[in-house]
Design a protein. Structure first.
Length: 396
């Protein structure tokens, strides 16, 4: 990097700051970039649960209200124009986009704004199994176009990387695998969570964390719980999260007569403490990028049972680090969870191996350093360098 460039200005663009892996990792990256070398900036939609965290950060944050998750053609065009104008004023050396909507709008805006390096991280795809075929084809074509506008593509899971290659999304563009990391820490087991929920200290807890939306398929959580409780009524299920399907899930639990064993906690920020109070983890997603929740469970040495969709197979190996099973096989999920309860020594061994699996590869600080190295190497390869004064010396 030339001595004339004091710091590289990195603009991260993400759709909304929901309580999810992509959002949490983006904020962590921005907060932990080496400020002697990098000048981070955040552009995002408004109304997310993590908005206050972004506002409290030491970096500039620009909210674009029209940048929303659903496809809204007119709002999307306005969002693209707004981001284009922001980038023309901010003059970043690198734009790094995250999430499908921001990835498409942000990369188009960055290209027309003349940003020298454009990176996109696939935390999953905008096309999903539940969409009509024509819509999936449309999103795939959009991803192919935006890949052409990109300098480099980053994937968080091998499954997504292989799928993108097979679908012709990556084309000739260079790619990297940078795991979506988390803090590797020890959280002591405390009776506080069980006391809060009124669960006995000896009861076995199955935990699930995620949005109550179609992707996470939460109705299968109820089906799995019902299959288990018909065999062992002492087990309790704790669900952390919220969303459009929560009321339907709670109604189903009441209808099945198992509501007394199901505990809905809403969104929480003390996930490590809740994991430390749990004995097993369940994920019934129908598609993923890389499920942060399973990585968090692995760090806590909590053995997981999860539908074997993209990203899950990167972490769980049958009988070694957990149990990946076919989607919708809730009876098999119940069987595996009961096996874990009835084989505590084997469950402990699986939890230990899961921790060892993620300890190095999914370390969040390693993730930040990998991204820093990528920014530097890509900008060093730009033929015509751009030199800017620090943004906060010239506020917008």
């Amino acid at each position: 990097m030339s001595s004339t460039v004091q710091r590289l200005r990195i603009a991260h663009i993400i759709t909304q700051l929901e309580l999810g892996g992509a959002q949490q990792n983006t904020l962590y990256t921005i907060a932990h970039l080496n400020t002697e070398t990098y000048e981070p900036i955040l552009i995002c939609g408004s109304g997310g649960i993590l908005d206050d965290e972004a506002k409290a950060g030491s970096w500039p944050t620009y909210f674009v209200p029209t940048l929303v998750r659903p496809v809204r053609p007119w709002q999307d065009v306005i969002a693209g124009i707004k981001i284009y104008k922001l980038l023309r004023k901010i003059k970043p050396h690198v734009v790094h986009t995250h999430s499908s909507k921001a990835g498409i709008i942000g990369r188009i805006a960055a290209y027309f704004a003349g940003v020298p390096v454009i990176i996109h991280t696939f935390h999953g795809f905008g096309f999903t199994p539940g969409q009509p075929e024509w819509m999936q084809r449309l999103f795939i074509q959009a991803e192919r176009l935006c890949a052409h506008l990109s300098t480099h593509l980053v994937f968080v899971s091998e499954d997504n990387q292989e799928e993108a290659l097979a679908l012709g999304i990556t084309g000739e563009k260079p790619t990297s695998l940078i795991r979506s990391g988390i803090l590797i820490q020890e959280t002591p087991r405390s009776p506080a969570i069980r006391e809060e929920l009124g669960i006995a200290s000896t009861a076995w807890i199955v935990l699930s964390v995620g949005n109550f939306k179609p992707q996470k398929n939460p109705m299968d959580l109820v089906k799995t719980a019902k299959a288990i409780l018909t065999q062992d009524s002492t087990i309790h299920f704790v669900f952390v999260g919220d969303g459009e399907l929560r009321s339907s899930v709670e109604e189903a639990a009441q209808k099945e007569g198992i509501a007394q064993n199901l505990h809905f906690m809403g969104w929480r920020k003390d996930i490590p403490q809740i994991l430390a109070a749990s004995d097993s983890f369940l994920l019934t997603s129908l598609w993923e990028g890389l499920p942060r929740a399973i990585v968090e469970a692995s760090v806590a040495r909590v053995p997981s049972v999860a539908y074997a969709v993209n990203g899950v197979k990167d972490i769980l190996k049958e009988g070694e680090t957990g149990f990946p099973i076919p989607p919708h096989q809730f009876e098999l999920a119940a069987e595996k969870l009961l096996w874990l309860k009835n084989h505590p020594e084997e469950a402990r061994r699986i939890g230990q191996k899961a921790r060892a699996r993620v300890e190095t590869e999914f370390n969040i600080d390693n993730m930040v350093r990998q991204q820093e190295n990528l920014y530097k190497s890509l900008y060093d390869a730009v033929p015509l360098k751009l030199y800017y004064e620090p943004l906060w010396n010239n506020p917008l």
